[in-house]
Design a binder for this molecule. Sequence first.
Ligand SMILES: Cc1cc2nc3c(=O)[nH]c(=O)nc-3n(C[C@H](O)[C@H](O)[C@H](O)COP(=O)(O)OP(=O)(O)OC[C@H]3O[C@@H](n4cnc5c(N)ncnc54)[C@H](O)[C@@H]3O)c2cc1C
Length: 327
Amino acid sequence: MSGILTYALHYQGAFNKNSLGAVSEGAKLAAELGGEAAAVVVGGDDLTDELCASLGRYGAKKVYRVRGPEGLAQPVVDAMAKVITEQGYDYALFGGGLLGFEVGAGLSARLRAGVVMEVTEVKVQDGRLIATRPVLQDSALVDSGYVGSPGIVIGRLNAFDAVERDGGPAEVIDVDVQFEAHSQKARMVKRGEQRGADVNIEDAEIIVAGGRGLGEAEKFRMLEELAELMGGAVAATRAVVDAGWYPYAAQIGQTGKTVAPKLYLAAGISGAIQHKVGMQNSENIVAINKDPNAPIFEFCDLGVVGDLHKIVPKLIEAVRARKNGGA
Ligand SMILES: Cc1cc2nc3c(=O)[nH]c(=O)nc-3n(C[C@H](O)[C@H](O)[C@H](O)COP(=O)(O)OP(=O)(O)OC[C@H]3O[C@@H](n4cnc5c(N)ncnc54)[C@H](O)[C@@H]3O)c2cc1C
């Protein structure tokens, strides 16, 4: 049977956005291929029928539920290898992120399957998937097809949008998996997120990002204040992370995170290509920069030429006034 299998990571009763993006993308592509989209979930009692079936809203027809440790790569490799071998899925698709990379790479080794990583777009051509990935510091794009089956696609983090569809609940199928001995060696000791703030950057709808134009580390407080007022998260460029002004966990770009919020407010950021690749899919990009020739003005939706040290405090004032019921 032609189809696409994805892995959906969950935590505290909810699937993560990146996984929902993979399920959505898998469903869209499977429909074009004339096949079926399905997902594997691994976890404990928190994987209720209702939670698993909810993946139907993102296009999964079937959800294979495996009881096992959640959040570890090797048990997921065992589970996906079993489902692919027994059910004959043609492709496995992952939304990226560290776990997606590890599971995808492990699955590729286990099944001797071809893998393309850092994929930003997938299309159907002549009844087969073609994965596109940027190369040479994102200056060129390469299309790759798959010779054998299954083909493994590992997306760049947040490359695929989570799109809700009309589909009914997914069929939930319990699968018993005998985990390999080496898959049981690791155990989850503690789960946490390395963040600059307590807001998840990848899931944030509003991001306030700061660059070298801030002038000093302390000025990030101003961005944190603005982000908090707007219910968003704070991000940074590599220049300021390298300078020790903000934690690496908040870095956006080629060697950092990829985000696609509704609003990306860039303050004192030049818009170098390595930064752009991590935020260019944002719905609205607003840039504040004192240099009218800054590259960021070539791809932002709203550009404000001016001194951020004057503009950001005014913005904070305005947002606060509006929150307090002002105009
Ligand atoms: C292999 C490689 C990987 C990389 N990966 C990443 C990555 O993942 N993420 C990333 O961000 N970068 C990455 N970089 C670095 C990237 O090339 C840039 O150097 C970096 O993004 C620049 O950061 P910036 O915009 O903060 O600093 P700058 O380029 O120095 O820009 C600062 C901007 O602030 C403006 N400014 C100054 N003062 C003010 C003011 N008072 N008000 C308003 N504006 C002001 C200036 O006009 C300027 O445009 C990578 C580079 C390489 C080679």
